[in-house]
Design a protein around this ligand. Sequence first.
Ligand SMILES: Cc1ncc(C[n+]2csc(CCOP(=O)(O)OP(=O)(O)O)c2C)c(N)n1
Ligand SMILES: CC(=O)[C@@H](O)[C@H](O)COP(=O)(O)O
Ligand SMILES: [Mg+2]
Length: 641
Amino acid sequence: MSDRPDTPLLDRVRTPADLKGFSDAELHQVADELRAETISAVSETGGHLGAGLGVVELTVALHAVCDAPRDKIIWDVSHQCYPHKILTGRRDRIRTLRQKDGLSGFTKRSESPYDPFGAAHSSTSISAALGFAVARDLGGACETGHGDAIAVIGDGAMSAGMAYEAMNNAGHLKKRLIVILNDNEMSIAPPVGALSSYLSRLYAEAPFQDLKAAAKGAVSFLPEPFREGAKRAKDLLKGMAVGGTLFEALGFSYLGPIDGHDLDSLLPVLRTVKARATGPILIHVLTKKGKGYRPAEERADRGHATAKFDVVSGTQVKAKSNAPSYTKIFGETLVDLAEADSRICAVTAAMPDGTGLNLMAERFPSRVFDVGIAEQHGVTFAAGLAAGGMRPFCAMYSTFLQRGYDQVVHDVAIQRLPVRFAIDRAGLVGADGATHAGSFDIGYMASLPGVVVMAAADEAELRHMVATAAAHDDGPIAFRYPRGEGVGVEMPEHGTPLEIGRGRVVREGGRVALLSFGTRLAEALTAAEALAARGIEATVADARFAKPLDRDLILRLAREHEALITLEEGAIGGFGSHVAQLLAEEGVFDTGLKFRSMVLPDSFIDQASPSDMYAVAGLNSAEIEAKVLATLGVAQVSRRA
Ligand SMILES: Cc1ncc(C[n+]2csc(CCOP(=O)(O)OP(=O)(O)O)c2C)c(N)n1
Ligand SMILES: CC(=O)[C@@H](O)[C@H](O)COP(=O)(O)O
Ligand SMILES: [Mg+2]
């Protein structure tokens, strides 16, 4: 437990309305206390730290000036929302962040009226805010009433196409809409791309006091002290190569840049915008990720996410790992293969470290592409690379690959291009909860004609699957693996390509067959041990492939056992459905086989430890054992009795 900071003013804030009673000078102190409280809370829970610290002043200013929940403050990604949660009636639960039955690490409509829109995937805020603005003007009924729609979006999130689709639409509709671009020159990794350079150019030539307001209208929004500087800045802008901002071209008034840590700038600008804005306006604030906490500021990712830590030293309390992470095994194996095949290249959408591609980027910098938060583009870019003779690995988290699904279908699968999808964070991920669960990729990949779909049962299997993908030139191939560390199996030095569509039997039994796809294999083996103690012998097999299925193996298991149960870390419509389809087509059900398919439940599971989440999902060894007993019609008497 960390020492709790002294927070006399913050203690008086129950809702944002309480901020209205403070003078501007007192709000400075509220911000300091809010920062200390955020650090203290995250030191106990772990979670996203740097982004929240970077918006402490902005959060105070927004809640002091706006009228939430009538005004809809929509945080993009919302990993920066902890200070917002503290100010909006959730301080008493802030130390339950990201835990089972605790506060979500993201904004969530069901959690608070102050969270008008849920998020965790990036770049949705402007679209959602525009929706609120239009609903307001059309007289839509909203429980909390209708005020301003305010999107707060980071420079990283601004790299995604969806933000521009929204601005394009907003510029056309001309509704009153406030977008705050929180520019900290950071994504999780340093941002890359032309847009990032563009944003830097926007403020490189004028310090804060020369507040730029390129739009004529925007100058008149400004409080008196800023006007002169703004006019100067406007002249300055005229001389810039860009000739006005991109945002103006999209129909927004542009205000900025503003020092996002200076309440004396933020408060008057927000008050004036609130009083005077008519159409869409973009306020460009400059902040520092991790601001005010040296250990975060000094980290390469500016303290993006952290385990629990000691506040004084910043030292993180990390559980000792017993095996390498799947991500690391993927990254290392890819480097190994890329040494031998110069056609191998890789694509990440702003997650070089998260996907393990940092290892290949160090070794072969010219063959790794960070495309920004742009999964759709990333997939089609990979398709283009493949069509052009390269052999790209497109490494994305299962949940984020959802963004690029039409591209997977239209650009990769239909053209049978050899893109290799490395699908990380497959299955339930723990503290990030439902938004980040990799639940759907088996279904959405295996339903596509001609796409090979594999799941690794352990880290050695993953190594072989990376090699299998590298050797597969005949169309798209995907392999999925979970977040976290492997099971500690002995590792082969190099991967060996697997025969496409061949599974393996791991344990021979007689009465029931457990056919696992992915890392539930270990749970299946534990369940088989427990069943053996009851006198029920179980065969355990690792399917390896959801597509193409190992028909011979599956039909043999069906023929030779009283019951066949499939297991997977995925939603309905995945591996088990494909097996059921095969069994139905082959008339196996007519023979009286007892078939069950254990999948994730048809519900979104809130954050908890992965093991607790799998217990909720009914996919741990105890539930597998119970399922076998129920299927066989064996009474479930406690083994100890
Ligand atoms: C669609 C999608 N892809 C990837 C991510 C992973 N992700 C979470 S935060 C983040 C960086 C966001 O950068 P920025 O918007 O600048 O916010 P900052 O953390 O700098 O405040 C990324 C890539 C995501 N949440 N959503
Ligand atoms: C907010 C977000 O999307 C990422 O920061 C995500 O939480 C990273 O998850 P991992 O910790 O699994 O990389
Ligand atoms: Mg950023």
